[in-house]
Design a binder for this molecule. Structure first.
Ligand code: HGY
Ligand code: MN
Ligand code: MN
Length: 412
């Protein structure tokens, strides 16, 4: 089906209205959205999205890992899965993840309005806890859907001391049933639209990014223990200041990553205890996020982290625990879907380029099991994970048209 005139006929107003409606769930007056995993705000967003799916005649369910699924059961064979996530980082924007789910709903609505009959089923999915912001459990829903063993994660706790198992029980889910969500074998392919979250498309005045690969990630939690002591009476050279350990690790990571073109690394969360202005910190509890586009560089930065954390701890006379929390290798997206997305973008007369993704996505989990593809629309000034995250309405509109066109290309 050629939707090539669609871009002129299709108005993105309803898509923007859907994005605005969802931004209310967990939205604050500064424009930020906080909708972390298993929260009431996230399930409010699920209810709203589930209602839109039902209006389209989809069969709606939430699986045992908390993934929201809307099934358009037509045709024969393995479904094309299209989606993203509805959870956010703390004080995040209103597009990261949400756009991919909303665009899938509106693309299906557009295809239905135009009388398109897919030869295979099309399923829409909102994966649970893509961000991992609350429990350091990034890509939880897609990993469960893919059948990864997540049984070791139940006792991870959030900042309030609530474990994942307890949070799931509070929302009516059973952590011991997460493995029942595994069903990647049932689907034929996966497609995800996302905002770029970086500056390339905006800077180059392009409209669509055809994603060719997704960065690899390593996550760690580090606990450094020294000696809490008096800030005035403890001589500088005798201190065992745990925060100094964290700070030295942060600076070493920055320096190492700056020397390598395709590596990033930073500390994202830090808790210092006991937390008095006049107390030398006895404990620093922090996270490390490190990424690289090649497996070799990822292994090297991982080794650098292990060596550096141990060296700094020894030099500062700190006890240390380094706990890996997350590991996902880089992924090349399926060449036939990369081609399909590019063809669809050109059919829609979009200014387009191929590009890698520096952000992690559910596609890199599902893409290890079935062919997966992604497309980006621009992020204004490249800002994301921030209330300032924004995209022009005409790019949202074009994104939905290219997504719908890609669905028809992939099912042709
Ligand atoms: O962290 C990431 O790259 C993604 O936004 N979850
Ligand atoms: Mn994100
Ligand atoms: Mn995202």
């Amino acid at each position: 089906m050629d939707l090539s005139l669609e871009h002129e006929q299709f108005s993105g107003d309803s898509v923007v209205a859907s994005l605005d409606a969802l931004a209310r769930f967990g939205g604050a007056t500064d424009g930020s959205v906080t909708r972390v995993a298993w929260s009431g705000e996230l399930f409010d967003a699920y209810r709203w999205t589930g209602d839109r799916m039902r209006e389209l005649g989809l069969a709606v369910e939430i699986d045992p890992a908390g993934n929201l699924l809307g099934r358009w059961e037509v045709g024969k064979g393995k479904p094309l899965l299209v989606g993203s996530h509805l959870d956010s980082v703390p004080s995040g924007g209103h597009l990261d993840g949400v756009l991919g789910v909303v665009a899938a709903v509106h693309a299906v609505a557009l295809l239905k309005e135009r009388g398109y009959e897919p030869p295979r089923p099309v399923w829409i999915i909102a994966f649970m806890d893509e961000e991992g912001a609350r429990f350091d459990t990034a890509l939880f829903g897609s990993r469960a859907f893919a059948g990864d063993d997540l049984s070791g994660l139940g006792d991870r706790s959030d900042a309030a001391g609530v474990t994942l198992r307890e949070a799931m029980a509070g929302a009516g889910y059973d952590f011991d049933r997460v493995a029942d969500a595994a069903r990647a074998d049932e689907v034929g392919a996966y497609l995800e639209l996302h905002i770029e979250q970086g500056p390339v498309l905006d800077h180059e005045h392009l409209e669509i990014g055809v994603v060719t690969s997704i960065v690899g990630l390593r996550g760690f939690r580090v606990r450094m223990r020294g000696q809490a002591n008096h800030a005035g009476t403890t001589p500088m050279r005798l201190r065992r200041d745990a925060f100094i350990g964290a700070a030295r690790v942060a600076l070493a990571l920055r320096e190492e990553a700056c020397h390598r073109e395709t590596v990033t690394a930073n500390i994202g969360k830090v808790t210092v205890a006991p937390g008095g202005a006049n107390v030398v910190p006895g404990l620093a509890d922090f996270t490390i996020d490190a990424r690289a586009t090649t497996s070799t560089e990822l292994r090297e930065i991982e080794e650098f982290i292990r060596v550096t954390v141990a060296r700094v701890a020894e030099e500062e006379r700190l006890d240390v625990d380094l706990e890996p929390t997350f590991a996902l290798d880089p992924l090349q997206l399926a060449p036939e879907i990369v081609d399909a997305v590019e063809r669809a973008a050109r059919t829609q007369m979009a200014a387009v380029r191929r590009m890698p993704s520096g952000a992690g996505h559910d596609a890199q989990v599902i893409g290890r099991h079935v062919p997966a593809g992604m497309l980006f629309i621009p992020s204004l000034k490249g800002i994301s994970h921030s209330p300032d995250e924004e995209t022009l309405p005409q790019h949202v509109e074009l994104g939905v048209c290219v997504l719908a066109q890609t669905i028809t290309e992939m099912l042709a």
